[in-house]
Design a binder for this molecule. Structure first.
Ligand SMILES: Cc1cc2nc3c(=O)[nH]c(=O)nc-3n(C[C@H](O)[C@H](O)[C@H](O)COP(=O)(O)OP(=O)(O)OC[C@H]3O[C@@H](n4cnc5c(N)ncnc54)[C@H](O)[C@@H]3O)c2cc1C
Length: 428
């Protein structure tokens, strides 16, 4: 909120930054990018969020705005004509979008990941000189599609089994053929299905139909939406994040030419091992939601929430206590998250990795805990569908379910990682 200004969630006056540039010592680039995404999301996306949620439809108009603002290329390296945001700058800017429309922020993450994996992250990953040269050509094509044609990418990894949890090879296969691959498989929960121009799909390369699938042979391919053999199926009527339109994708004998690799063979597997913080890119949407639930509560209890009677409720000690609890949880979450995205680097040490899992778990679980407290504290009238709080509550519930770092898997990894050193076991 601007000091002294009366602010509305769907209003014209700018909200205050989630991460105050001075307090958190942001760079000028980060501060400007966050101000830009916040302005866009508050002025345009906030008012559309309820209808997108109600109809469970893709926020096409928000993507037109993102394109017009040049934000589709937010993580395309500057030398390729993009904004050149690194991981932290992107995460901070994306949290401002999540504050106003969780589904837009989450789908935007799927699109942006295709640029982060191939750009900022790939630059820090081991590659041979030949792979580096091949990669430079591939990504230039991919970036031109985004910057010149406004192409939007999805990121369908999940298959319903444990591949997206990083435990086994992807069941979607890319069989080597003349000039490229034949792709077969099924991806569940594919956000942007039917709306993205390309599906940045992970699959397992097979030299022959009898090759044993191996995670080391993971391929990252750009599959055009209208390629022969691509279809979308199933209903989409979920609890939350309804605007993501995460339906099921089917690939049936889809031919993908060599040039439609997003990374040279073998590189994704190394990148995922060397850059684990990359999986935190699912968190900014939920960081934004946590802030939004807190903001809502403050305005509502002060009697300043548009669409509600100007009744003050802030004088009740029980409400003050609940707000204090929310604020503590929000500050803990912000601090841990900020530290983790600030220290993200290739090949992090054990403590940094444990902290990343702790940050992921905290954002995903605390966003929901804060939204839950917000509903209890604001009371019955605050959960009406005419207000954003009930959507924030439903959307916030989805974060803990997102592979590969679900809240449960974070607990598993933190517990084991804290108690065992690599290679240690209890069997002698
Ligand atoms: C709104 C929304 C949008 C999404 N968008 C995308 C998207 O764009 N792209 C995408 O790829 N995915 C997306 N997902 C999918 C998400 O990341 C998960 O993959 C999906 O929720 C998995 O569903 P599941 O029921 O199979 O999960 P789970 O049952 O939780 O997990 C799947 C498998 O992981 C393993 N596993 C899970 N927990 C454990 C454990 N504690 N210990 C050991 N193994 C375990 C098991 O083998 C299990 O069968 C989205 C999900 C949501 C909710």
């Amino acid at each position: 909120m601007d000091d002294g200004a009366k602010v509305t969630l769907d209003g014209n006056l700018p909200d205050r930054a989630i991460f105050d540039p001075q307090d958190w010592q942001l760079t000028d680039f980060e501060a400007d990018l966050c101000a830009e995404t916040r302005r866009l999301a508050q002025s345009k996306f906030a008012a559309r969020a309820s209808i997108i949620d109600r109809e469970a439809r893709f926020p096409t108009e928000n993507y037109a705005d993102l394109r017009e603002a040049g934000l589709l290329g937010i993580c395309i390296p500057a030398e390729h004509g993009g904004r050149g945001a690194d991981l932290r700058a992107y995460m901070l800017a994306a949290a401002e979008i999540g504050r106003y429309c969780g589904a837009t922020a989450l789908t935007f993450n799927m699109h942006v990941s295709s640029c982060l994996w191939t750009g900022f992250l790939a630059d820090g990953v081991d590659m041979s000189a030949a792979q580096r040269a091949e990669h430079a050509e591939m990504r230039a094509r991919h970036y031109r599609r985004i910057l010149d044609d406004g192409a939007v990418y999805a990121q369908p990894f999940s298959e319903g089994g444990d591949a997206a949890a990083g435990k086994t090879a992807f069941g979607t296969t890319a069989l080597v053929t003349d000039g490229g691959w034949i792709v077969n498989g099924k991806k569940i929960f594919a956000s942007l299905s039917g709306h993205a121009d390309y599906y940045g799909a992970l699959c397992t390369e097979l030299a022959t139909p009898d090759t044993r699938p191996s995670r080391a042979n993971t391929m990252y391919l750009a599959i055009p939406r209208d390629a022969e053999g691509v279809s979308v199926e199933g209903e989409w009527d979920p609890l939350g994040m309804r605007g993501t339109v995460s339906r099921t994708l089917i690939f049936k004998d889809v031919f993908i030419p060599h040039e439609d690799q997003l990374m040279p063979r073998g590189v994704y597997f190394n990148a995922a091992k060397q850059w684990p913080h990359m999986f935190m890119t699912l968190t900014p949407s939920y960081m934004g939601i946590a802030q939004a639930a807190y903001d809502f509560t403050i305005r509502y209890l002060r009697g300043e929430m548009p669409g509600t009677p100007p009744v003050k409720r802030r004088m009740y000690p029980t409400k003050q206590l609940a707000v204090a609890q929310m604020k503590i949880m929000l500050e803990q979450t912000k601090s841990l998250w900020f530290q983790s995205i600030s220290e993200a680097r290739p090949n992090p040490g054990k403590e940094s990795l444990l902290r990343a899992w702790a940050a992921q778990h905290s954002v995903m679980e605390n966003a929901n805990a804060i939204a839950q407290l917000a509903i209890r504290t604001c009371g019955g009238q605050a959960m009406l569908r005419s207000l954003p709080l009930e959507r924030l509550y439903r959307d916030s519930r989805c974060g803990a379910l997102m592979l590969p770092w679900t809240a449960e898997l974070c607990l598993d990894m933190i517990g084991k990682g804290a108690l065992y050193e690599p290679g240690e076991s209890d069997e002698d």
